[in-house]
Design a protein around this ligand. Sequence first.
Ligand SMILES: Nc1ncnc2c1ncn2[C@@H]1O[C@@H]2COP(=O)(O)O[C@H]2[C@H]1O
Length: 230
Amino acid sequence: MEIKLIEKFQRQTIEQLLSAIPFFKAVKQLDPAQFDTLLQYSRIITYRPGEVVLHRGDGDQCLYFLLKGRLAVYPSEALTGEPVNYVTPGEVFGDLARLMHSPRSATIVADTSSREIMVFSADFSAFGELESTHPISLPTKLLYYRNTVHNLRWKLEVYRSLHPKDELANRHRAVKLYLGPKDTLEELRSLHEQARTLASLLVAWNDRFGSIAPSSGQSPDRELLKALEH
Ligand SMILES: Nc1ncnc2c1ncn2[C@@H]1O[C@@H]2COP(=O)(O)O[C@H]2[C@H]1O
């Protein structure tokens, strides 16, 4: 693992890397000053294949966005069986612990199939209390939570399509969408509440199935386990 400060990179490089991440792209378009503020709380981390990025049960609350490579998500520290899911470039991860006020819900490992693994890490403490608007503004928070709710709903839809008869399958559809006035604190509160409920449903899927992939229960990823021994 190597941690690199944002200042070590040319501005153009950072902008190019972050243009592939919907949240940062939207913030930059809406309010370039907020984009700069987020950068002040961020750094870039590179990993070697097989390195552990997040440990289930850890208490830190950084938020991550994958820039390059692929990551495997394991529901337990044991790293046996199939990963529960993969994280691909542009996706956010490490967002559930803060949302649910709980330790990390999964272990995330740099995949052995990736040569270069690069992650953008943001210190979530900049978000402060939900309703505070400094240093991160209400519009930026709204972008973040809309994005989070969208991503969680999407993942839960995928799991529903794999296990349509499971009693968890329809639960996320019962989580009400917000229909009130847009761009308000009320919308932020609703998105936050939706995100919390959807996050706990995702963790319930992980707990129930171990791996949600159809090939669940088959042989462990030996290549990955071997790489972890070094
Ligand atoms: N089923 C899943 N699919 C994709 N990512 C997941 C899944 N379960 C957990 N994660 C991610 O793994 C992260 C582990 O740390 P957090 O609990 O903070 O946030 C978690 C999610 O971002």
